[in-house]
Design a protein around this ligand. Structure first.
Ligand SMILES: NC(=O)C1=CN([C@@H]2O[C@H](COP(=O)(O)OP(=O)(O)OC[C@H]3O[C@@H](n4cnc5c(N)ncnc54)[C@H](OP(=O)(O)O)[C@@H]3O)[C@@H](O)[C@H]2O)C=CC1
Ligand SMILES: CC(=O)N[C@@H](CCC(=O)OP(=O)(O)O)C(=O)O
Length: 318
């Protein structure tokens, strides 16, 4: 006899990350999609909006109390920043112990929430039912720096370029294909939330300069690391292989990876490893799909672990 599937609801399901999660959860052997909430698509069939979804589920417009009243085992909050708290409060009041995974930045600085970047924080999970999912850039930044964290002579400098799906669906210059055409748009050049997030969770200061580009999905972070002592390229690569060779979703590659190759994929590519002539500076390039490893895939890794199934269930081909 197979165990009953856990019920899962998504709040903010109209958005880019919500749509990815719908696809992943619909194909999951241990999860059942119980509700998907959107104010704008209230009453409409999910199948009419999400490619690849087959089923009769419809969007519903649910406020915090209505979400809590659903009583699902798992709730994913895929809302813009600053909107999660009323949902968390209502769910905790009605059904404490519900697994809540928040995709926004709202709890990434709250130490009572588990910060789930599994490849780096897997051992820190103590059964918390509140999980904060890392930001997309912050994921690439931390994975690029962690293997050399003890070797730094200065804060790493990260140049980021994201596809415009990273800016969500609320219209802005950063997701306007007309304004982005033939363009590269710099923004938040100091003090971006992901700069603070990566610095906090790595435990070393990081400097980050984001840009948005005309492609839809996928991001590149190119990181310049000043080293406290001379290292060879082989030594640097050895550190990355040692850190990630057992990780199915982090691929250490020789060449600097291209973002077009990782769009639609679950994993991160990390490569380049260009070492300066004096051996004291290395440049590392990471690419990932901001909607997958940067959001939905990582959320599913965290949920899988918390419901007690293999971390990569419904993520990799088995
Ligand atoms: N896009 C990305 O690459 C990544 C995003 N994230 C984070 O994930 C979260 C979701 O991002 P994304 O999917 O891109 O966002 P979108 O803008 O694409 O979607 C936001 C969703 O929230 C709903 N919503 C908006 N405002 C409110 C509100 N006031 N109350 C209730 N629902 C609301 C919208 O639906 P409706 O208006 O129909 O209710 C929509 O479903 C954000 O916090 C984002 O920062 C994290 C990593 C990567
Ligand atoms: C291109 C673009 O605008 N990207 C977003 C990052 C998306 C993300 O991960 O945002 P959260 O930290 O809010 O979850 C940004 O720079 O804010």
């Amino acid at each position: 006899m197979t165990a009953a599937r856990k019920t899962l609801g998504i709040v903010g399901a109209r958005g880019h990350t919500g749509a990815e999660l719908i696809r992943l959860v619909a194909a999951h052997p241990a999860l059942e999609l119980a509700f998907v909430s959107s104010r704008e698509l209230d009453g409409q069939r999910v199948a009419d909006h999400v490619d690849g979804y087959v089923g009769e589920l419809r969007y519903a417009s649910l406020d915090a109390e209505a979400v809590a009243a659903q009583g699902t085992d798992v709730v994913v909050l895929a809302l813009p920043n600053g909107k999660a708290a009323p949902y968390v409060e209502a769910i905790d009041k009605v059904k404490p112990g519900t697994l809540i995974l928040d995709l926004s930045a709202d709890y990434r600085f709250d130490s009572s929430w588990y910060y789930g970047l599994p490849e780096l924080t897997r051992e820190k999970w103590r059964g918390e039912k509140h999980i904060s999912n890392p930001g997309c850039y912050a994921t690439a930044i931390q994975l690029s720096i962690a293997p050399l964290k003890d070797m730094l002579a200065a804060p790493p400098v990260c140049f980021g370029v994201s596809g415009y799906s990273g800016a969500g669906t609320t219209p802005s210059d950063k997701n306007d294909p007309e304004k982005l055409r033939d363009n590269l748009m710099p923004y938040s050049l100091t003090g971006h939330t992901h700069e603070k997030e990566a610095s906090r969770h790595l435990g070393v200061p990081v400097e980050f300069m984001p840009h948005v580009a005309p492609h839809f999905r996928g991001l590149t972070v190119t990181t310049n690391l000043y080293l406290a002592r001379k290292m060879s390229r082989e030594e640097v690569m050895q550190r990355f292989h040692h850190a990630y060779d057992a990780e199915p979703l982090v691929h250490v590659v020789d060449e600097a990876p291209w973002v077009s190759a990782v769009a639609g994929q679950h994993h991160v590519d990390i490569g380049g490893f260009a070492v300066s002539a004096d051996g004291k500076r290395v440049v590392v390039v990471a690419t990932l799909d901001n909607l997958l490893k940067g959001a939905a895939t990582q959320a599913l890794q965290n949920i899988n672990r918390a419901i007690g199934v293999d971390e990569f269930t419904a993520i990799r081909q088995e």
